[in-house]
Design a protein around this ligand. Structure first.
Ligand code: PMP
Length: 326
């Protein structure tokens, strides 16, 4: 539970220690609990990596106060880094493909960061390339590269996972999380293994994402509207280790947006599409554990509600669902 009752000096002290709340669509025998990452100051799970990675990089001299952090990002990572950078005296520049949510880009700018757009059709690979070009033009600039930097997963190993294990007295049967970089899931998986618990580890992606390639599956690549999770090129990711995954679940945009609407209506949860994908997957895993279809050391499932639907209202996330339903 959030325990910040005493006056705090910096907004960075409010990163983490988010509430863990029951998802009521889960079976009573195997409850699902979701970590409400919207309670972070930048309102997403990515505040954790912004704070943790930047603090570590300042400690080991990868960047100095007055230097610049440059990251290719679809948005939440930018907001997370911008919150931390502003408080730690580091400049922030983000390279964002145009198609990503305007709300996120506005928030990055509001936090004092510079946003550089790249054409949507060139994808994330062009954004990554552009970030490195910009870094070469500056003196003390670092590109953290969340898709390959072990500090990303370490952020969740150091914060998200211990918070969950503490809250549930170590009784964590399964951890279910959508994979963007995979940092959340891999970091939590590492922590679970270290506890000596054989917690089931399940990844989540939208249909059209190709994380299945890691398992030698022939997945059909396609566009999807779900934001923050999935990949079109597994080779750009150095964090996801298929050996650490027990299962990978895939859902259509329609199913995910239906769950998003249900979470708002029935559970008072104004969370976005990646959280809805996690909810669907976690409830499925809970049913599998209840029915004895899979092994898990405890009758609980934990997932993450990564960010808020408010961040995507301009995209018509709730309206689109109504249209899909006719
Ligand atoms: N959901 C949202 C909304 C995100 O922005 C992200 C980060 N890309 C994720 C889920 C996935 O987190 P991770 O990168 O740790 O896999």
């Amino acid at each position: 539970m959030t325990t910040h009752r005493e006056p705090l000096d910096s907004v960075l002290e409010t990163v983490g220690e988010t509430p863990l709340v029951r998802v009521h669509a889960s079976p009573d025998e195997v409850p699902v609990y979701a970590k409400l990452e919207t309670f972070n100051p930048g309102a997403s799970v990515k505040d954790r990596i912004g704070k943790h990675m930047l603090e570590r990089m300042l400690e080991d001299g990868t960047v100095s106060p007055g230097g610049t952090v440059i990251e290719p990002t679809a948005g939440n990572t930018g907001i997370g880094f911008a919150v931390a950078a502003g408080q730690l005296d580091v400049d922030a520049v983000f390279v964002v493909p145009e198609r990503f949510s305007v709300e996120k880009q506005q928030l990055m700018r509001a936090l004092g960061a510079e946003v550089v757009n790249t054409p949507s059709e060139d994808g994330m690979s062009r954004a990554i390339e552009r970030a490195h070009e910009l870094a070469e033009e500056l003196d003390d600039a670092v590109v953290p590269q969340q898709f390959r930097n072990p500090l990303n997963a370490e952020s969740h190993y150091a914060t998200t996972a211990p918070e969950v294990f503490d809250a549930l007295d170590g009784e964590v049967g399964a951890i279910v999380a959508g994979m963007g970089t995979g940092g959340t899931l891999m970091g939590m998986a590492d922590y679970a293994r270290e506890q000596g618990v054989d917690t089931r580890i399940v990844g989540v992606q939208p249909a059209g994402s190709t994380y299945g390639d890691l398992f030698g599956e022939e997945t059909e690549e396609g566009e999807y509207k779900t934001e923050g999770i999935g990949t079109h090129d597994v080779s750009t990711n150095e964090l996801v280790d298929p050996e650490k995954l027990d299962d990978l679940k895939t859902f259509s945009d329609e199913a995910i947006h239906g769950e998003m609407a249900r979470l708002a209506r029935e559970e008072g949860q104004l969370v976005a599409s990646s959280a809805a994908a996690n909810s669907l997957a976690a409830v499925e895993v809970a049913a599998e554990i209840r029915d004895g279809d899979v092994d898990a050391p405890h009758d609980t499932v934990v997932t993450v509600f990564c960010d808020s639907s408010e961040r995507y209202l301009s995209k018509g996330v709730y309206r689109e669902f109504a249209e899909w339903q006719g």
